[in-house]
Design a binder for this molecule. Structure first.
Ligand code: ADE
Length: 222
């Protein structure tokens, strides 16, 4: 898979690509991720990328030209273009799974004060990561990149994501490590029993209990 991210602030994203699982996924060739500075595509002599909005009102608006040129220079038949915006479809694990099937994803990071409405025509999907406003789409683009890359074949052990919260609309079960007794808080006996059938049963019960208590809305979706 290839992911191209269009942003005005590539520096905000660089560190993320150099750490942990994402770094390894890139090194092992599971994914290729490139950052593109929207400003580099500006045809303005001063590399301007935004201007005042027609009709007055709030702040500067990202102009269509640099974004259209960037997308048009990167897009192929296999590309799927995502626009990060709080007005998009609220992101979830099912969308992450669906996006793992794409060969090439282009992510456009929106601008904190707004972008020209015509930019929307480039997008196959508009995505929001939740009902709150960020200063721009950069963090949101990392959220979706991270959630997709960890699901790609070979990036992490498959059973890890089968156990994920939200897989099957259930939250994950509790896990414990050493010591068996930490300040009087004990690991449940069943996990020490070595009885795999009982352990599986306990885990399923815990998933249902947790989901019922914390996210009853998920059970309705099941
Ligand atoms: N840009 C600003 N806020 C955002 C959000 N919640 N989701 C996606 N993009 C955004």
């Amino acid at each position: 898979m290839k992911i191209d991210i269009l942003t005005l602030f590539p520096g905000m994203l660089e560190g993320f690509l150099k750490e942990s699982i994402i770094k390894r996924a890139i090194e092992k060739g599971h994914v290729q991720i490139e950052l593109h500075n929207i400003r580099d595509y500006s045809k303005d002599p001063h590399k301007k990328v935004d201007d005042y909005g027609f009709g007055g009102g709030k702040g500067m608006v990202l102009m269509p030209q640099p974004i259209f040129d960037a997308v048009e220079s990167l897009r192929t038949e296999d590309s799927f273009v995502i626009l990060m915006t709080p007005q998009g479809k609220t992101y979830n694990q099912k969308m992450a799974y669906d996006l793992t099937k794409k060969k090439h994803i282009i992510i456009i990071c929106g601008h904190y004060e707004g972008f020209d409405e015509r930019i929307r025509t480039l997008a196959d999907l508009e995505v929001s990561i939740g009902d709150y406003i960020l200063t721009g789409g950069e963090l949101a683009s990392l959220v979706i990149t991270d959630s997709i890359v960890r699901l790609l074949d070979g990036v992490i052990q498959e059973e890890s994501h089968i156990q994920d919260s939200f897989h099957d609309h259930l939250l994950d079960y509790p896990v414990y490590t050493k010591p068996v007794d930490f300040r009087g808080l004990k690991v449940p006996d069943v996990l020490l029993s070595g009885h795999h059938k009982n352990i599986d049963l306990w885990r399923k019960e815990q998933q249902l209990k947790r989901t019922r208590e914390r996210r009853p809305d998920l059970l309705e979706k099941r």
